[in-house]
Design a protein. Structure first.
Length: 108
């Protein structure tokens, strides 16, 4: 089980991630840089659009995971593996605070 301090620390990390992800979603240029070559603009446009969509989807998925972790925190279900219902170790949660699975279930 994680301690109250660890819980607070993870919550802070999730809230920071949430702000960061929301910011990146609102301003797509942050993730792509602005060095678009003017000459290749037309040919690259479709590809860039696809890349942008891909990144947007990834960001949205992460944001959804982060929000869901915060919701689980609110109802005291945070830190429990959805597969085996054992507590998720701090090692896993520190690396990925939005994690739904414990280390052994992740490997499966
Ligand atoms: Zn598990």
């Amino acid at each position: 089980m994680i301690t109250k301090e660890e819980f607070e620390m993870l919550k802070e990390k999730l809230l920071e991630d949430k702000i960061k992800l929301s910011g990146e979603l609102e301003d797509p240029h942050v993730s792509f840089g602005s060095d678009v070559d003017a000459f290749d603009e037309e040919t690259d446009e479709a590809e860039e659009f696809a890349n942008r969509l891909g990144i947007q989807v990834t960001l949205k998925e992460r944001l959804r995971e982060v929000n869901s972790a915060l919701e689980r925190m609110a109802v005291n279900e945070y830190g429990t593996c959805e597969e085996c219902h054992n507590p998720i170790s701090l090692e896993v949660l520190s690396a990925e605070p939005e994690s739904r699975l414990c280390k052994s279930c992740k490997i499966k």
